[in-house]
Structure formats: C-alpha cells, structure tokens
Design a protein around this ligand. Structure first.
Ligand code: AMP
Ligand code: MG
Length: 266
C-alpha cells in the first residue's frame, strides 16, 4: 500500500507535486487502530529478524526541523524490542569526524545483522545542509550522490536493507510546530534559534531534497516521501513500509542445535 510514495529509479522528483497534508482518505481513528496492529506485527517480525540473524535493517529518517523524526521514532519504532534496535542521531560532525571522509562515521553506525538501526539524520546531511550552507565546495558535494549510491549498494550486497524516509512537512506546518514549541515549557528546549536561519532557506532545502530524492533513489535503496503534516498518517505510512519490507523476507527461526529436541528437563 502507498506504493506510489516510494519512488522509482530515474523518476523526476519535484516535492511541490507532493501534498504534505495528504491522508489518502484515511480517518484518524482507523489509522491509529491500524498502527497498533502494525506495531504488534513489528514486534513479532523483529523477533524472527533477530533470531535468524541474516539481515540488518537500516532506517534513514530525514526531514526539515520539526518534521517529526523524533515523533516517528517514538510512535512507530517504539514497537521494537530495544535490545535489537538502536537510534543514532547525526549532529554537525566533530573535528575528528571531519578529518575523515563523510561516510566514515556513518559506516561505523550501520547496524549488525539481526539488528535494526534508525538514523535520525544521516549521510544525506552531507548533500543537504552542507550544500545549502556552502560548507564544502560544490565539486565536493556533487560527487557525493554517486558515493552515497555506491556505499548503499555495498551495504545492500552485504544484507543490509536500507529504507529511506523523507518526512515531508509544509512550511506552514513547521511554523505551527515552532509556535507550539515556544508556547510549551515541556517543548521549548527543543527550539533552536538556528532553526530559523534554516527556515529562511526553505526553498534551497527543497531543491536540495529534490536532488537527493531523484539521484539517490536506486533499485536497492529507494526513497519514500511521507506526507507528514498529519502525524497519524505519517506514522501509518512509515510503519506499513517497514512491516511490508520485513514480512516479504519470509524469515524463519533457525533450527535447534543437533539433539536438542530430545532433551527432557527433569
Ligand atoms: P537536531 O537533529 O535538531 O538535533 O540538529 C542536528 C544538527 O546537526 C542539524 O542542524 C543538522 O543540520 C546538523 N548536521 C547533521 N549532520 C551534519 C553534517 N554532516 N554537516 C553539518 N551539519 C550537520
Ligand atoms: Mg533541531
């Protein structure tokens, strides 16, 4: 379901053609009920995913500020058993990280087989904020699209499944969420005045996202554009894609060690 939200390689992407407020005719109560069911399925699927130890699952979350990355981790990924799941938030690189290639810190954070890793921001910042703020020369960031595709292909060939979600909010929804943060003593800590500078460059970010979505949608690791103004619909789209992907692997529990079936506990 929601198949057209997952892009096909080679397709021309213009985010302005995607409505961030879309809910595909879903009602809130139905979507929430469905999310509950999906979370139960995620729990079961994760158990066999861990036990079989065959694949790793890497979930990449990208969005503008207040786009709902933290909310998605909480409401969707909250269904996973924490012992087989990790969340890694990528901030501005440290001096040590900057002294390496941009994928160094990312590769280290890729989950091992049997595990699920969630990237809250990712290597894509190196062709997004880095591009928009001119943090490196254009020649450097331009070469990164191919480098990212090659890196993700290598991961895929090594049994890492890569799911990439762009949580697509409107500029108006971002303003509403910023206002909410400023008005709520429990949320105001999340407000970073620097976010307003990024907001002023909204158009540049959308262009940079168009390029990311178009150039880095490959057969092995396509992007999904998630309409994210409506939180319950966002959660539904992300949960569905995860469940459908893991379900399709048709994983089996490993066989018991030889002779174990005959053991009797007395
Ligand atoms: P937050 O996710 O709100 O905690 O903010 C993290 C900040 O780190 C954001 O402003 C990102 O744009 C920034 N950031 C993440 N990765 C990079 C990167 N590779 N280069 C520069 N800034 C980055
Ligand atoms: Mg922030």
């Amino acid at each position: 379901m929601f198949k057209h939200l997952t892009l096909s390689p080679g397709v021309n992407v213009k985010l302005k053609d995607f409505d961030p407020g879309d809910t595909h005719g879903w009602e809130e109560a139905d979507a929430k009920r469905e999310l509950e069911e999906l979370r139960e399925k995620m729990e079961k699927l994760q158990d066999v995913f861990y036990a079989s130890g065959k694949y790793a699952l890497l979930i990449v979350l990208q969005a503008m500020d207040a786009g709902g990355k933290d909310g998605t981790v909480k409401h969707v990924m909250g269904g996973f058993n924490p012992s087989g799941c990790s969340v890694i938030s990528f901030k501005a690189p440290s001096p040590e990280e900057l002294s390496h290639d941009f994928l160094w810190r990312v590769h280290k954070a890729v989950p091992p087989r049997g595990h699920i890793g969630i990237f809250n921001r990712s290597h894509y910042e190196d062709v997004l904020v880095v591009r928009v703020l001119n943090l490196v020369p254009e020649k450097v960031w331009r070469e990164r699209y191919d480098q990212i595709n090659t890196f993700e292909k290598m991961l895929c060939e090594n049994n890492v499944i890569v799911l990439k979600f762009f949580l697509h909010i409107s500029k108006k929804e971002q303003a509403d969420r910023f206002r909410d943060r400023l008005a709520d003593p429990k949320k105001i800590w999340k407000f970073n005045p620097g976010d307003l500078e990024m907001r002023e460059k909204w158009g540049d970010f959308m262009e940079a996202y168009d390029d990311v979505l178009e150039r880095c949608t490959t057969a092995h690791a396509p992007w999904t554009i998630v309409p994210a103004d409506v939180k319950w619909f966002r959660n539904l789209v992300v949960a569905r894609r995860i469940v459908e992907t893991v379900d399709a692997l048709d994983l089996k529990y490993p066989p018991p060690a030889p002779g174990v079936e005959k053991i009797e506990i007395v």
